[in-house]
Design a protein. Structure first.
Ligand code: NAG
Ligand code: NAG
Ligand code: NAG
Ligand code: NAG
Ligand code: NAG
Ligand code: NAG
Ligand code: NAG
Length: 374
């Protein structure tokens, strides 16, 4: 099975403008819990603010300082989950746990299994930067120990490239199976008996943005409870997390969809949007799909261009905002014509009668949707 993880691509060679256009943010100087702040933003604007790079981080800091010099701790749209998701999407929500006593202790977002003699394969959470040996899962061979020191993210990358994924442990017998594999090596030291498994805590943006930018205060310890993220202005804008029920001011952002009811080729449409300081829309969540459906209902063509482009060389679809396609609404027959993609560049459009996406030759002239990150 082909596994493409959600990622950001560097597409400067393919699309002319790289970073997303600046969005308009609204600082709301009212103390609300994170969840209330989220509702407020969704009602009045689009969502709580998502920070995708250092530029946006600096902009937002400056904006808060300008508007109100007293506000110090300000919610943004990042929230964590409990430690509790497996790296392998197939076993994402498997519930078996084998925590050691007082674990998870909030020392980090990644989990290792302790196979040192008396520890019975118990689990501990720790900083994902720590380097350890690790256990991959290989769909045809089972668990595989990799005796190389890697941090959790790199271990995950290694397992996904060479096997299936970092190991998910689904019951006591699988836990013992791993312990046995580790015990087989009589010469390995205690340190090498603490191995990464695929469990980790996930941080998610309120709008499901896949941004991986972070700006944590060093040694920010995330406790094992649901927490939400604050920018601390007096601490150089570094991020810290806190109980989501605490009340703080917050930042929302706003963006707007514009259906252009003119028939253009995909490239003309992209240029047209960008000339108006907008971009062709990237539909990377169910929420965005809903909003797009809402505007396509008044289109004058049967299909409407999205910011979706096919790369024949790499053989993948990507959004003009630089993301690969993770969320999708492809029609079952969307890929007709792709085998000849070296002759005609294909782009993606939404079909107005059922709102599924299909691939069309980019020279077709149809309506399109621009998005303004206000
Ligand atoms: C893991 O290691 C790589 C390479 O040394 C580094 O770039 C990355 O930031 C590390 N990631 C984490 C989460 O520690
Ligand atoms: C299992 O491991 C072998 C190498 O030992 C690798 O070639 C194969 O692709 C792996 N299978 C899966 C499903 O990851
Ligand atoms: C543990 O889980 C695996 C995979 O679901 C299953 O094949 C096995 O029978 C389970 N063992 C026990 C003892 O539940
Ligand atoms: C046992 O562990 C040591 C240290 O972790 C490693 O260097 C060695 O290759 C391992 N031996 C086997 C047979 O896997
Ligand atoms: C984010 O994704 C989750 C899980 O897929 C979904 O339930 C939720 O509605 C999404 N939120 C938004 C704002 O799109
Ligand atoms: C759809 O559009 C109408 C009119 O512009 C608006 O009132 C409504 O909130 C929109 N619904 C969604 C889900 O965006
Ligand atoms: C745009 O193309 C559609 C067919 O896809 C056609 O029905 C419509 O009249 C055209 N609109 C304009 C303004 O040319």
């Amino acid at each position: 099975m082909e596994r493409i993880t959600c990622m950001s691509l560097l597409l400067t060679a393919v699309v002319s403008s790289s970073a997303r256009a600046p969005r308009q943010y609204h600082f709301v100087n009212q103390n609300l819990s994170w969840t209330e702040a989220q509702s407020y933003c969704r009602e009045k604007y689009t969502d709580l603010f998502t920070i995708s790079d250092i530029q946006e981080q600096n902009d937002i800091e400056q904006a808060i300082k300008r508007v109100n010099s007293n506000a110090d701790r300000v919610w943004i749209g990042l929230k964590n989950t409990k430690v509790g998701f497996w790296s392998d999407p197939v076993f994402y929500t498997e519930q078996y746990r084998n925590w050691g006593s007082d674990q998870p202790g909030g020392d980090g977002d990644c989990v290792y299994m302790n196979c040192v003699n008396d520890h019975k394969g118990q689990w501990h959470d720790v900083d994902c930067n720590t380097t350890r040996h690790f256990i991959c899962y290989n769909a045809s061979k089972g668990f595989i120990i990799v005796q190389e020191q890697k941090n959790w993210t790199e271990a995950q990358k290694y397992c996904r490239e060479s096997h299936t994924d970092l190991a998910s442990v689904r019951n006591q017998s699988e836990n013992e199976q791993i312990q046995k594999i580790i015990d087989q090596n009589k010469t390995s030291g205690d340190q090498d008996k603490r191995v990464w498994i695929g469990l980790h805590r996930l941080w998610v943006w309120s709008d499901n943005s896949t941004s991986t930018f972070t700006h944590w205060k060093p040694n920010n310890n995330n406790n094992n409870r649901e927490t939400c993220t604050l920018i601390v202005i007096s601490d150089e804008g570094q991020w810290t997390d806190e109980k989501c029920s605490e009340e703080h001011p917050f930042v929302c952002y706003d963006e707007k969809l514009v259906l252009v009811r003119e028939n253009k080729t995909w490239t003309e449409a992209l240029r047209r949007c960008r000339n108006m300081d907008m971009d062709l829309v990237s539909v990377d969540s169910e929420q965005m799909q809903q909003r797009v459906m809402n505007v396509t209902s008044s289109a004058l063509s049967d299909h409407v261009w999205l910011g979706l482009r096919h790369s024949c060389t790499v053989g993948i679809w990507f959004w003009v905002n630089g993301q690969t396609v993770c969320y999708d609404q492809w029609a079952s027959d969307y890929d007709i014509g792709l085998d000849e993609c070296d002759q005609t560049v294909r782009s993606g459009a939404i079909r107005t009668h059922d709102n599924h996406w299909i691939s069309l030759p980019e020279t077709k002239e149809i309506n399109f949707i621009c998005i303004k990150y206000m």
